[in-house]
Write a protein that binds this ligand. Sequence first.
Ligand code: FMC
Length: 262
Amino acid sequence: MGPHGDGDIEKVESESRRRPISTVVFVIAMQAEAQPLVNKFGLSETSDSPLGKGLPWVLYHGLHKDLRIYVVCPGKDAASGIDSVGTVPASLITFASIQALQPDILINAGTCGAFKVKGANIGDVFLVSDVVFHDRRIPIPMFDLYGVGLRQAFSTPNLLKELNLKIGRLSTGDSLDMSTQDESLIIANDATLKDMEGAAVAYVAELLKVPVIFLKAVTDLIDGDKPTAEEFLQNLAVVTSALEETATKVINFIHGKTLSDL
Ligand code: FMC
């Protein structure tokens, strides 16, 4: 084994858990979701972004006391001019920002749909326990498990308790609406929340061994009586401000703490 054998990596990882968190990266799909947080912490847009040139990705940076905060968004799609939501852009910006910014922890923050039968209400901000995909159906032994892609969020019992958040499983797919096949998988997987990025961010965070947590604010009730797109647009502004409030509490909680304190 060379100088960076597995033992050394484990040592570095356990050491990093014992020193205060210095860099946090928020991965946020929509500009409307990011803006309240950018304003709150007075973050500036990074010109000459270390994430690469000629890309639509938007990076903000700033300091809260001695904690470095970054917010990364996938930016506008060139063809349509709308925010690049979904798993593909989310994976790419997560990968690039981990490589360039070396965060101690990632936070994927955004809106989501949720089941009221699972105790969710519009405007609730959930912490996510674990994530799955609901639109990767591969009915071959083991490929089916790969498709579901169950991954744990980094465990933060103290944060959960202190902020008194609701907690639930998040299911990710690349559609805002829900086909009957999606629905049966979401229910079979016992998910409470539904979004379009979380499980993709978790995949990349695991690849690059960075702890990740998820803050998901409920814009629409999947088992409610309103059409999802309408309900989503109607609640987006109010819910993103709830998301900002919780994200601010999370930043204040994280400041000065180590990963093991969370
Ligand atoms: N289903 C899937 N995604 C979302 C949702 C729902 N019911 N409500 N809000 C969302 C999130 C997704 O993660 C996207 O970033 C965006 O809001 C909707 O395009």
